[in-house]
Design a protein around this ligand. Sequence first.
Ligand code: NDP
Ligand code: 2IT
Length: 452
Amino acid sequence: MAAGNDGDEIERFMAGLERRNPGQPEFHQAVREVANTVVPFIARNPQYQGAELMERLTEPDRIIAFRVTWQDDAGRMRVNRAWRVQFSNAIGPYKGGLRFHASVTVGVLKFLGFEQIFKNSLTGLPIGGAKGGANFNPQGKSEHEVMRFCQAMMLELHHYIGPDRDVPAGDIGVGKREIGYLFGQYLRLSNRFSGGVITGKGQTFGGSNARTEATGYGTVYFLQNMLATRGEDVAGRVATVSGSGNVALYAIEKLAELGARVVTASDSGGFVHDPEGIAGERLAWLKDLKENRRGRIQEYAERFGCAFHEGKRPWRVPCDFALPCATQNELGGDDAKALLANGVVAVAEGANMPSSLDAIHAFLDARILYGPAKAANAGGVAVSGLEQSQNALRISWPFAEVDERLKTIMRDIHDKCREDGREDDGFVNYVRGANIAGFRKVADALLAYGVV
Ligand code: NDP
Ligand code: 2IT
């Protein structure tokens, strides 16, 4: 990607980072993606030199690690590991989701917290970067077990968060239900109704309209903005989506509403291929399956008589748009080649770091519209920021108003990426644009603060 001195400088920086952070491949990958564009940018902009900005931005302000002890339904004592990675509060209180998944490690949370710094900066709102979570696997746990786990986790976490300090939200395995338990416990421990301490809350206790929809809708708005630059739109086109959680469901909903045909959805068991399109009654059924009944995607194929591909991902299905909305590294170099061979026009990332570095290079080399996660999925955290604002003002904006603000924020992010990502031949490299625009704001704050 980078040549000559730039390449040497990137390798020197990465060698140090990898040495200081052994055994954290996801963190290395997330930093490399940023370093590839930001290290050369710093080399060409003297005002950012000599301040060790990349060194500072890759070292979290602090990491809190703690044990969560809880009791399962059989009365057995269970122990999990949990963390909060407070990465940077240079431009606002720490902000980022909590993930509950068996694969959670401190390295995974560092990759997510690092990405969050740039994403949150891009939203234009005053929010810093953080991420947290636990290696707790919610699958197969009862409602009561999930509640006890959330309460036990908050027993420790509450020491470190607050509306002006650190504001968690949801991520994989943490949705409205878990946020309710976490916030309820915070309320008991603090004896203060500070709504702005956590976002993604239920509507009756300070949650924002459109937060549930925000990440998925925002990803599609970003896609629309990218398409508009080539005089295209989503109507009448075919989309593949992975995942069937919060982000995927509302990406599918918005795509369908705008007239695209969404032909796939997935979970960790495999993907369904529905050539008729997931919309209307079928989408309502899928939402109920995933949001209420907590079932498996295979049941969709059984219910609607379409194909289920066990253990597979949907990237071999021909499409105009691909929206990976499940998890990191779910789209590799070979998947990217298959998508390109089938004529994919645009990729918009709802998940965080879903594409491997090889896949990203393939998309950029092919000069398709590629919207990287930290720009394309920033709508979720942006509406979290709007939830904080509403909590502080003690008001609640109507759905349409939040949705309008979300559209404006996604357009602004898109335009910032375009400005910083335009290459000599006019091609817009949204990866570079997102990284540089996100970096600039945080770097300016760090420079203003002096030695911090
Ligand atoms: P959910 O828990 O609601 O859904 C996650 C979906 O991804 C499920 O369908 C799940 O399947 C699938 N999935 C998770 N892990 C794996 C895996 N290792 N292999 C295959 N499939 C997997 O999470 P969200 O929808 O909230 O999050 C999805 C992605 O979007 C994540 O990358 C998250 O970081 C990112 N994101 C989320 C935001 C939000 O507001 N929620 C905001 C911005 C980004 P199964 O149920 O079988 O595990
Ligand atoms: O990855 C993300 O941006 C999120 N999981 C949402 C974070 C938030 O604070 O809403």
